[in-house]
Design a protein around this ligand. Structure first.
Ligand code: GLN
Length: 398
């Protein structure tokens, strides 16, 4: 190519990545910006507005004062990886080798995209339950996977086993699931995992499980790690983080647990994406992961109170609520308010009523399927609920 031809080619080639053009900014994070702009009570993005435990905060301060301020080992400080392995063994009875099977990342968000980039090849498909946490869409696009969606249907958010079986095939590289589930509050049961196992074995597929809400469980629900199901240990990638369990979403410390050959690939991707997660915060994480059982009992009990508080407020204001069994969100049906769709209603709520929620369409590939839903989070303090209750009382159903 001569210089004139090169110039013409450059002028006609797109300036931006086709991948980046295929998805929008996060609606969840945009709702938080709108809440700030309009002074609304923010029940959209799932981050606690109450303090993190004093012990984890102190441990981070101590680590900084002890000069743990340089890079940790790229795949995670040994002490922290050891604590992660112990915690998985303690709660789920799954043994993993912290030297070869754990990668510490910048939040579960990075753990997920690093995992996808480590296993996906062009033409690969991933099975995703829908509604899904919005990141999984862009994760699929960025890693080059084609998503195959399988519906979780209200009110219990169960799936049709035949529909799931039909989504698997020779191109299936992995299934992605999140339990306890964002946005629905579903907690996957053993029988469902057995169906998933059968399909993963039949099609030689991985399972990527996002278990970040593992300790937020209500009404007797039990969290099961997919890796604990017989036959799944060596084909499951388990993703988790400090963020939700210890109320430190801004610390950005998460991890991926995977069989060693998968971990080797995840570690390379992770290294060149971010090098590593914050070193002093990993020190603090090593201490937090050893909190006594009482911490987790109190966490679940406090969240149960918050769930019931928000259920009461929303039901009283005319929302039809799907009662969650886990995580810290409530999906609601908003048809009774008579708005054309979820986005119009969410806009009205944030600007006119002063409460921010997430439009249901951001959890569906086809926005029309989420148009009757709005998601609210209850990881908030009592004064926030009080303010939300006062504002939502002004709402009228049609
Ligand atoms: N998981 C949280 C939510 O769904 C937010 C996560 C994030 O914004 N990184 O609201």
């Amino acid at each position: 190519m001569n210089p004139a031809q090169a110039e013409r080619a450059a002028a006609s080639s797109p300036r931006l990545s086709g991948k980046a053009e295929r998805f929008t900014e996060s609606v969840i994070r945009e709702m938080t910006r709108l809440a700030l702009k309009h002074g609304a009570v923010n029940l959209s993005q799932g981050f606690p507005d109450f303090p993190a435990p004093v012990e984890i905060k102190n441990a981070a301060k101590v680590a900084i004062d002890a000069d743990i301020n340089q890079y940790a080992i790229t795949w995670g400080a040994k002490k922290f990886r050891d604590a992660i392995a112990e915690s998985l063994h303690h709660f789920q009875g799954v043994s993993v080798d912290p030297e070869r099977e754990i990668t510490v990342c910048c939040g579960s968000t990075e753990a997920m995209i690093s995992t996808m980039m480590a296993i996906i090849n062009p033409g690969d498909e991933v099975v995703v339950f829908e509604p899904f946490y919005e990141n999984y869409g862009p994760d699929a696009i960025l890693s080059g996977a084609t998503p195959r969606f399988v519906k979780l249907r209200p009110p219990d958010w169960t799936f049709d086993p035949d529909e799931l079986a039909a989504a698997f095939g020779p191109k299936t590289k992995a299934i992605i699931l999140n339990t306890p589930n964002n946005p629905t509050g579903k907690v996957f049961e053993r029988a469902e995992f057995e169906q998933i196992r059968e399909l993963c074995l039949r099609w030689n597929a991985f399972a990527i499980t996002d278990e970040i809400y593992e300790h937020m469980l209500y009404d007797g629900a039990r969290h099961i790690s997919l890796a604990s199901i017989e036959g799944m240990r060596d084909r499951t990638i388990t993703i988790n983080a400090l963020s939700k369990t210890y109320s430190v979403t801004g610390w950005r410390v998460g991890w991926a647990i995977a069989p060693s050959e998968v971990t080797a690939a995840i570690r390379k991707v992770h290294d060149f994406l971010t090098v590593g997660a914050a070193a002093p915060l990993q020190e603090a994480g090593a201490i937090a992961l050893k909190f006594p059982q009482r911490y987790y009992d109190d966490l679940a009990r406090d969240y149960l109170v918050r769930r019931d508080r928000l259920l009461g407020i929303l039901t009283g204001a005319g929302f039809r609520c799907f009662k969650p069994r886990g995580a810290y969100y409530i999906m609601t049906d908003v048809s009774a308010f008579g708005f054309p769709d979820d986005v119009a209603f969410a806009k009205y709520l944030v600007t006119e009523i002063g409460v921010a929620a997430v439009p249901g369409s951001s959890f569906y590939r086809n926005p029309a399927e989420g148009k009757n839903y709005l998601r609210f989070t209850f990881c908030k303090k009592e004064s926030t609920f009080q303010a939300a209750a006062e504002r939502l009382a002004k709402l009228q159903t049609k």
